[in-house]
Design a protein around this ligand. Structure first.
Ligand code: EPU
Length: 418
């Protein structure tokens, strides 16, 4: 298993380019199953989860080619509309194929994802929304089986709570359903909008994506198209925080500044100077002492739960006490024990972490527990005195493209060891 060896203390400087968004690329790949014509996707990040989704699409019968982030999916024949356990257990987002498969082929069999490090993460909302569109759903032997032999029909869906992949799953089903579908309390994340833009290019009729009410007029079939995935706002945010924590001065490029506004506002309040220096670039400079600033995670446009762990790393070296409240996932504080091994002073009370900033952190041996927790440990290691060894960086590889190369290019002392 690979590890990262990081020696902290070097301020980052230079340019950090952002890749395509993993959480946009995943539903976009699933959406390719909706057409029997080839769909070409650009800016697909080369990360483990994307490889897993490609394996899954190939399992269903689709043919794929991948050249440096340009992926062509040809889903002309789908003779096995199934997502097996072996694939789903390594990536929960596999449930994103449920909607497209049942919409296109009239049936889908998808393994139920188990619990995961950050929370239980059930898919009950995906299932009940698809039932509203006329699918008959049974759950047996760890699989969800959806059937709609005569096709899906439009319906009104009200999500009891906001779900990102749930909204995406049902949106992909609704585009081929007969009649109108209204999705209320829909997720407003940029990734949902990006998916809707791709589907519209494929011929779907969608209004309101990016708001909490999406309307879809079903069409008979979708056609092939080309689409470029939006920049990864979580990678962008991780880079901004990496520069700030090292007291560096660098530009994060190829990003969408609007998508990280909830973070940059907090960073400016904390004393890191983040400014937009072009349509798709943010410069961050941090020289003085950082101050503690509270955050509460929320659905977009609130503060992203996927940046909570990395923001917490910043707060461990800010002066004062910050309150970090996690409202999306029930168990997303696994990184705190590992940050504590590096000297961080954090107390957990239910859904809140109380962080008392310290002068400095010290290098230690730590273990990554999930994707964003691993990013938080990398950030802490970049500022810690001495060497940190981070174990289980395969978590990081699930969602960050060439991370050690990108960080090394701006001066970080980071090395992957086998
Ligand atoms: N939920 C249910 N039932 C459902 C679906 C969700 O109770 O059927 C609950 C979840 O357990 C959670 C909350 O609703 O407490 C919100 O979960 P959501 O469904 O929005 O999460 P997701 O769609 O499974 C996506 C991202 C996550 C990100 C969350 C929240 C993808 C592939 N994954 O997950 O990304 O944290 O939205 O923004 O888009 C990551 O990239 O590290 C990651 C975990």
């Amino acid at each position: 298993m690979d590890k990262f060896k990081i020696v902290g203390g070097t301020p980052l400087s230079g340019e950090l380019p952002v890749s395509g968004a993993k959480n946009s690329a995943l539903p976009a790949l699933a959406a390719c199953l909706l057409s029997d014509e080839p769909v070409t996707l650009h800016r697909i990040p080369q990360v483990k989860d994307i490889g897993t989704m490609q394996t899954l699409l190939a399992h269903t019968g689709a043919r794929l080619s991948d050249t440096d982030g340009k992926v062509v999916v040809n889903a002309k024949s789908l003779d096995c509309p199934e997502a097996p356990y072996d694939v789903v257990k390594t990536m929960r987002a596999s449930s994103l194929v449920l909607g497209p498969l049942v919409a296109r082929t009239g049936r889908a069999r998808v393994s139920m994802p188990g619990g995961c490090a950050i929370g239980a993460r059930p898919i009950n909302l995906h299932v009940s929304a698809l039932e509203q569109l006329g699918a008959t759903i049974t759950q047996e032997s760890g699989y969800v089986e959806a059937k709609a032999p005569d096709g899906l029909r439009g319906g009104t869906i009200h999500f009891d709570r906001i779900t990102v992949t749930g909204t995406e799953d049902v949106l992909m089903a609704a585009v081929l359903a007969r009649g109108e579908t209204v999705i209320r309390n829909a997720a407003r994340e940029p990734e949902v909008q990006d998916l809707a833009n791709l589907l519209i290019k494929m011929g779907a009729k969608i209004e309101g994506a990016g708001t909490s009410m999406i309307k879809v007029q079903g069409v008979e079939r979708l056609h092939g198209t080309e689409h470029a995935i939006i920049p990864d706002r979580i990678e962008a945010g991780t880079f901004l925080l990496a520069v700030a924590i090292t007291q560096g001065d660098a530009v994060v490029t190829d990003c969408n500044p609007e998508h990280v506004a909830a973070l940059t506002i907090k960073m400016n309040q904390a004393g890191a100077d983040v400014e937009q220096v072009g349509p798709d670039a943010l410069r961050v400079r941090s020289s003085g002492k950082l101050r503690a600033v509270d955050i509460t995670t929320e659905e977009y446009p609130g503060f992203a739960t996927d940046l909570q762990a990395q923001y917490m790393a910043l707060m461990t070296v800010a002066s004062g006490i910050s309150f970090i409240t996690e409202t999306i996932f029930e168990n997303r504080f696994m990184h705190t024990q590992e940050l504590a091994r590096m000297g961080a002073n954090i107390r957990i009370e239910g859904r809140q972490a109380i962080v008392a900033g310290r002068e400095r952190l010290g290098g230690a041996q730590v273990i990554a527990s999930d994707l964003r927790a691993s990013a938080s440990l990398v950030l802490a290691a970049l500022v810690a005195q001495g060497e940190t060894v981070i174990d289980r960086v395969y978590h990081m590889d699930r969602g960050y493209e060439r991370i050690e190369q990108k960080l090394a290019a701006v001066g970080a002392q980071i090395q992957r060891v086998g």
